[in-house]
Design a protein around this ligand. Structure first.
Ligand SMILES: [Zn+2]
Length: 375
């Protein structure tokens, strides 16, 4: 039998699409979170992601698999961004998108626009630091900040909150919610940029935001592991979260560790020992292309099957939705087929595990059937 999970996926962490046509520099700058092509003469097409785009995405644009990068980009421009986006998103086979709307929302499709490309559903994930920055930019006095943020989260309609503490202060989140007076004192340390915006980067404030999401019963997504060059990766090992996780476990609110690479084994351990911890290997899946079965297999060494979720972490390029979904399905099929061949699982187990990872864990953890916002 085929162990390939083909049923529609729930993508529990992704972003929107760009809707403009892209030249080579624009395309490569969106291939991952670095800039490209490099002035030192290298190209991201010479990477596992580049190979995956040429192999799997070229045929979707009516080209031969492995078409050269220049031919690929020319065909992409010929079809136009709208048609390219539609083809890839349809091909990805994703039924529900949980969209992080906190990163450059003006440049990307809204959750509704993204889902409408393929008749899917979408839900919003609200970014805590973006809400805090908006509240501060409104001129909110520090003493009123906490209630304004809570109110914004309560009325957001979002199914989850996302913290980018990893980018701002690292992951050593506090083991208790900061007290009101600590929060107010910390807010006085934040000052606006000359343009008037706030960068929310203070251990007390970022810690308070994460605790507040948990207090409101909102599943908390945390950026973990690698991202762009802003991340101080040594402070983004999920093990840095251990005290926070121990302290929040009794609340029973899901904490979703996103990406995790190259610490996905550490994240899988946390999912095994803490009831409320869930993990994915999104982002690394498309970035490592045909080699992405390795991090998937390593994460599944310890992560309970009810605690692992599919995520594309696609941002900007429609190709990344297709590759995230396709490589997840292929990798999972390879892992499960091996177990089946070895007599370690039954056919019924394979089908059930594929359903859990592909969609059912996300539907349960985010209460997608019955919740449109925090309780
Ligand atoms: Zn992301």
């Amino acid at each position: 039998m085929s162990a390939t999970p083909t049923s529609p996926l729930v993508d529990h962490h992704c972003h929107g699409l760009v809707t403009t046509d892209l030249d080579r520099a624009g395309f490569e700058s969106l291939m991952n979170e670095s800039t490209g092509p490099s002035p030192l003469g290298t190209t991201l097409f010479d990477s596992m992601l580049g190979l995956a785009i040429r192999r799997w995405c070229a045929p979707v644009l009516d080209l031969e698999a492995h078409a050269p990068a220049e031919d690929y980009l020319a065909r992409r421009r010929e079809l136009g961004a709208a048609e390219v986006n539609r083809r890839f998103v349809v091909e990805a086979g994703i039924a529900v998108f949980l969209v992080d709307t906190g990163l450059t929302p003006d440049l990307l499709t809204s959750p509704e626009e993204l889902a409408s490309l393929c008749g899917a559903e979408s839900r919003e994930v609200v970014r805590l630091e973006a809400v805090a920055a908006d509240v501060l930019a409104d001129g909110t006095p520090p003493g009123e900040f906490a209630e304004r943020v809570r109110e914004r989260l309560r009325t957001s309609g979002a199914v989850a909150a996302k913290s980018i503490a990893a980018y701002r202060v690292g992951l050593r989140l506090p083991a208790r919610a900061p007290a009101a007076d600590e929060l107010v004192a910390a807010l006085y340390d934040l000052s606006p940029s000359p343009a008037g915006g706030f960068r929310v980067a203070h251990p007390v404030v970022n810690g308070w935001l994460a605790w507040t999401a948990v207090d409101l019963g909102m599943p908390l997504q945390l950026h973990v592991g690698y991202g762009d060059s802003d991340v101080d990766l040594a402070e983004c090992d999920p093990l840095c979260l251990t005290r926070f996780l121990r302290a929040t476990e009794e609340r029973g609110v899901p904490v979703m560790l996103l990406h995790n690479y190259p610490f996905h084994r550490n994240a899988a351990y946390l999912a095994q020992v803490f009831d409320h911890v869930f993990v994915d290997v999104g982002l690394a899946t498309h970035n490592s292309g045909a080699l992405s079965v390795a991090p998937l297999r390593e994460a599944l060494e310890l992560a309970p099957f009810g605690k692992f979720l599919f995520s594309s972490d696609a941002y900007g390029l429609a190709e990344l939705y297709l590759l995230g979904a396709l490589l997840f399905r292929r990798g999972l099929a390879e892992v499960l087929s091996g177990l089946l061949d070895g007599g370690d699982v039954t056919t019924a187990d394979v089908e059930r595990i594929a359903r859990l990872l592909g969609s059912e864990n996300a539907r349960r953890a985010y209460r997608l059937e019955d919740a449109r916002g925090p309780a």
